[in-house]
Design a protein around this ligand. Sequence first.
Ligand SMILES: *Cc1c(COP(=O)(O)O)cnc(C)c1O
Length: 376
Amino acid sequence: MSGFNTRAIHVGSEPDPATGAVNPPVYLTSTYAQDGVGVPRFSDYGRVDNPTRAALETCLAALEGAQYGVAFASGLAGEDALIRTLAPGDHVILGNDAYGGTYRLLTRIFGGWGITVTCVDLSDLDAVREAFGSTTKMLWVETPSNPMLNVVSIEALSSVAHELGAWLVVDNTFATPFLQRPLSFGADVVVHSTTKYIGGHSDVIGGFVATNNDELMTALKFHQYAIGAVPGPLDCYLLVRGIKTLGVRMERHCSNAAAVADFLSSHVAVERVFYPGLPDHPGHAIARAQMSDFGGMVSFTLKGGTGEARKVCEATKVFTLAESLGGVESLIELPSVMTHASTAGSTLEPADNLVRLSVGIEDVEDLLDDLANALS
Ligand SMILES: *Cc1c(COP(=O)(O)O)cnc(C)c1O
């Protein structure tokens, strides 16, 4: 099964052998009967394994082109399990426009454990090299990034990381494996908030980590059950269900976002539009090379400053004012005081006149009318 959509629909979701049910059953069980002492039929406990969770992990790993995948209760729980493979004294290099929660986790939780972090502009390869030290173990990349939609070369950064003895971690939440498969460009690990496009309907929180590295897989599996931030079977089922339409949803997210970016680019109230599909976007050429389309997220700044940005966020009617992204419905937000409030005072803090859109899959005319009204 080589096609993306065919894999998304079938891998891990073969008809149930007992009943022929075409969807994976939701195994609401915390434990499994044993045929003899220490001989469980499936697993010894629900935290260790669950068949609905296994269906999700098999499918997502196949979509990322990974041998292994491990599901978690949230994107941050997955990141936490991955960062715990480090030891006190280890150093992580993070993009200077990373997701605020990743920055908070690394600094405010792992800072106390002796992990150090340096934030750099990942498009400046010399600056990335300079940030490396003898204890650097991970180079952590988001592309496209949140909320600035910066795009960096996974291939170039993986060469630098490997040359200097570190792992390249790519947060692929914004692109999804439909648009970009980081392992194929040399990344060692892919992390996801499946809460976003993978679930796709704003009804579930989840995380996922994929890799081809045996040692890392063993550590992640151990952390999954030893720490216990596992997703419940219903959550796993919702994610399996969402994944089946990931391809068609992403196509529509991309075409709607491109139309929104064009519309905003020629609007008098708009200062600047950040969308990798725009030819003048600094990462456009790299995006063309490593992504099959440009995604559903668009950010823009307003000439009228933060007052105007707040007004627009509160004036839209189809775009809902809310955090998160990647669902079928369009969302609008002000990153500096909402999703990225935890970066206040750091180099990651977004401008206060920056508005971020998660462009949904509604009719594009309705989205453009809504923005036109809110900007007028
Ligand atoms: C939302 C998000 C996360 C965190 O995921 P949760 O599921 O909310 O824990 C990590 N990275 C990116 C890019 C995100 O957008």
